[in-house]
Ligand binder design. Structure first.
Ligand code: DP6
Length: 369
């Protein structure tokens, strides 16, 4: 067994996390934002390990709020009831049950508790925003709080958030990056000593203040959520003819982006962020079978943005996640100009004129009652 792997360390220490006293029911709440990847995670192996490192900004307004009520279980099998926006949600409940089964090897106390989980999103259900990152992150942080309450084994910032990120990753890879920090890196990079494929780390100290007030305008081109698209997409990378070159490119792009983030190099930032977004969708389109998630209006928005940038000489970058919606990342100081342009020129391409005015945040927070 490789003792350097944090998964093995957690497994070895798990026997400490089985027996506890708990009277009545307890409640814990966390809110966690979605994140937008600048260097994309696309391709995985083993147990949710990334083929290349990825880097993201945490968002602020697009978040999940999760309340977990727990008590010692009765004699039967432990139960989980999951409510999304106050309604019992059986499909997600099943996903959570499987997830709890999977992570019980690290958190054996899960098998001795009954759970009622209430979750809601601050972004509209039909916003086309993938919620698995914020959901699994909020849940994983909640589970770490329960571990800390019952066993006091996660005292200390890094200890707590590393485990939260590790557990979130096992639910959804990108969820590992919704941990405290404005900019977060998941995956090994030689220059960042603490970096790991098993969990994500904040890299705010490596980021110029210029980027710390960036905003994200999310233009909702199409709100239909394709929840399975990223898992399918990751699988398509397994036999992709460009896979090897892509993983190499992601590492090179990460080095350049780290340089840009550190020095305040806005032009390089724009170049890399847009290259990553277009590469992601080029990989999808050139997969076998091909996966097409962009819509004609995605390209129309991108074209308009490019024209506007050329005319106005403004510094902003667009990016895309696994869907048709366009994220525009721009500095706070050009907010008025960007909003004016979005409202006058871009809403015609958005579904029912929808867009989300978001910004970078410090990530998840416990909600103390
Ligand atoms: C395109 O994290 O949703 O948004 O690990 O299978 O849950 P799973 O995939 P997921 O993939 C996200 C892909 C992406 C890029 C990114 O966020 O880095």
């Amino acid at each position: 067994m490789n003792d350097k792997l944090i998964s093995n360390q957690y497994k070895q220490k798990a026997y400490n996390l089985a027996n506890f006293d708990l009277k009545g029911s307890q409640s814990i709440s966390w809110e966690s934002p979605s994140n937008i990847a600048l260097i994309k995670y696309w391709g995985k192996y083993g147990d949710q390990l990334p083929q290349n490192p990825s880097l993201s900004f945490n968002l602020k307004n697009s978040k999940t709020i999760t309340n977990i009520i727990y008590q010692k279980k009765g004699d039967d099998e432990s139960s989980i009831q999951y409510f999304f926006e106050d309604e019992r949600n059986k499909p997600f409940e099943k996903r959570i049950k499987n997830y709890f089964e999977k992570i019980a090897v690290y958190l054996p106390f899960l098998k001795k508790l009954d759970f009622t989980i209430y979750s809601k999103n601050t972004f509209p259900h039909s916003a086309g925003i993938a919620s698995s990152a914020s959901s699994f992150s909020a849940l994983a942080h909640g589970l770490c709080s329960i571990e800390q309450e019952l066993f006091h084994t996660l005292s200390g910032h890094d200890k707590f958030y590393r485990k939260a990120s590790f557990l979130a990753r096992l639910g959804s890879g990108s969820a590992s990056r919704s941990v405290p920090g404005k900019a977060v890196l998941w995956g090994i990079n030689e220059g960042i000593t603490e970096s790991s494929d098993e969990y994500a780390v904040p890299i705010d100290e490596q980021v110029h203040h210029l980027f710390k007030t960036y905003r994200d305008a999310v233009l909702i081109v199409d709100s239909e959520q394709k929840t399975s698209s990223s898992s399918i997409g990751h699988t398509l990378m397994e036999n992709h003819p460009f896979a090897k070159a892509r993983y190499l490119q992601a590492n090179v792009n990460l080095e350049k982006l780290l340089l840009a983030l550190k020095s305040g190099g806005v032009k390089l930032f724009m170049e890399i962020v847009e290259n990553e977004a277009l590469t992601l969708h080029a990989l999808m389109l050139s997969s076998n079978p091909s996966l097409s998630l962009i819509k004609p209006n995605t390209l129309a928005v991108i074209e308009k943005l490019m024209e506007f940038r050329q005319k106005q000489r403004l510094n902003f970058a667009f990016t895309l996640d696994a869907g048709p919606n366009v994220h525009v990342l721009y500095p706070e100081k050009i907010k008025a100009k960007m909003i004016d342009f979005i409202e006058n020129e871009l809403l015609q391409f958005c579904e029912n004129g929808k867009w989300i005015d978001d910004e970078i945040s410090n990530g998840p927070k416990q909600i103390l009652s």
